[in-house]
Design a binder for this molecule. Structure first.
Ligand SMILES: [Zn+2]
Length: 89
C-alpha cells in the first residue's frame, strides 16, 4: 500500500485506483460510515498486487460503525490548489 502525505495539508493519504482506474488519494485514516459527509463516495480498500484499489460502497447497505475511506480531494483544506478536484468528487 502506498502511503504518503498530501503536499497541501500534510495529511496521511493512501494512493490507489478508483473504480474507473484513475489514480487518486484517499484519507489514510478511515471514518465511521455515519460520520462521513453526506453525498460523498465511500470506499473500502483492497489490494491487487502492488496496487491499492478503492471499492465504492453503498452507504445504505453498511451497518453503523463500518470503517470507510473518503477521497482526499473531498476533505483536503487545500483542495482548491488541485486542478481537476471538482471532477474527482
Ligand atoms: Zn491535503
Amino acid at each position: 500500500m502506498k502511503i504518503g502525505h498530501c503536499a497541501g495539508c500534510q495529511a496521511r493519504i493512501v494512493w490507489g485506483l478508483s473504480p474507473n482506474e484513475k489514480r487518486m488519494p484517499v484519507d489514510a485514516t478511515p471514518v465511521r460510515v455515519e460520520d462521513a459527509p453526506v453525498g460523498v463516495a465511500l470506499y473500502t480498500l483492497a489490494l491487487r498486487g502492488a496496487d491499492t484499489l478503492f471499492i465504492k460502497m453503498d452507504r445504505a447497505a453498511m451497518p453503523p460503525a463500518t470503517a470507510v475511506h473518503i477521497s482526499h480531494f473531498v476533505t483536503c483544506p487545500k483542495r482548491e490548489q488541485f486542478s481537476g478536484s471538482r471532477r474527482m468528487q
